[in-house]
Design a protein around this ligand. Structure first.
Ligand code: PGA
Length: 253
């Protein structure tokens, strides 16, 4: 069975004290992820080391960066490299969140470079894809997401593609309180898997975890995660409250 993942995306929220307390509240709660489950916290860069140390020795809990630069090293003031993440013990990194695509103009090709560098260092990319509202309204969402997959992932070999996690996040559902219906999520996840299967074969496509993101809450997670192709969630707002995120963890398959 594919790994089932509850990933928190804190974005640019919380002080270090609040962040520490939130992590402590979640890990001290009665949640022991199963062998097949993983709980990931995508935290701001300055908190990576604190968070990773807090989770040390806790199996199936991991820390992720929210971004990484697409060059190995050098004169890029203010940026963070894959080597830096790896040397801190970070083993996951979000790539291509829609906020980065929108506000920082990240392109599919640049994301392909980030993914390549992450995989070279054994850091798992959580590749975010998803369509904005106008594309959904035009009924072009499958084509839009397929292009994102082709341009950012399809240079990868079969050995590499099985090492990534995909997060489908319809842009219109992020932070809007508007969730995709369970059917809309399942349809897109199945489509993504079919695109992967056409390129890499069904056996490989079946190994790749595809998370849903966009207004996942304690109240809707169970139904969303129950779909056969939805392997957990990437959770923004609701991951900032320990009790809500704990509820979401508990309904992972
Ligand atoms: P949201 O954010 O859960 O607040 O909609 C999800 C995300 O952006 O990853």
């Amino acid at each position: 069975m594919r790994k089932q993942i509850a990933a928190a995306n804190w974005k640019m929220n919380l002080t270090v004290q609040q962040a520490e307390q939130l992590l402590k509240d979640v890990i001290s709660a009665d949640v022991q992820p199963g062998e097949n489950q993983e709980i990931v916290f995508a935290v701001p860069f300055p908190y990576l080391d604190m968070a990773n140390n807090l989770l040390a020795g806790k199996s199936n809990f991991s820390i992720a960066a929210q971004n990484v630069y697409h060059k190995i090293s050098g004169a890029y003031t203010g940026e963070v490299s894959v080597d830096m993440l790896y040397s801190l013990g970070i083993r996951y990194c979000l790539v291509g969140h829609s906020e980065r695509r929108e506000y920082f103009k990240e392109t599919n090709h640049e994301l392909a470079e980030k993914i390549n560098l992450l995989l070279l260092q054994q850091v798992t990319p959580v590749f975010c894809c998803g369509e904005p509202l106008d594309i959904r309204e035009a009924g072009e969402q499958n084509k839009h997401v397929e292009t994102q997959l082709i341009e950012s992932l399809f240079l990868l070999s079969s050995e590499q593609i099985v090492k990534i996690v995909i997060a489908y996040e319809p842009v219109w559902a992020i932070g809007s309180g508007k969730t995709a219906t369970t059917q809309e999520a399942q349809d897109m996840h199945a489509y993504i898997r079919s695109v992967l299967a056409d390129k890499y074969g069904k056996d490989i496509a079946d190994l790749i975890s595809i998370l849903y993101g966009g207004s996942v809450k304690a109240g809707n997670a169970k139904e969303l995660f129950s779909s056969p192709d939805v392997d957990g969630g990437l959770v923004g707002g609701a991951s900032l409250m320990a009790q809500d995120f704990i509820q979401i963890i508990k309904v992972l398959k």
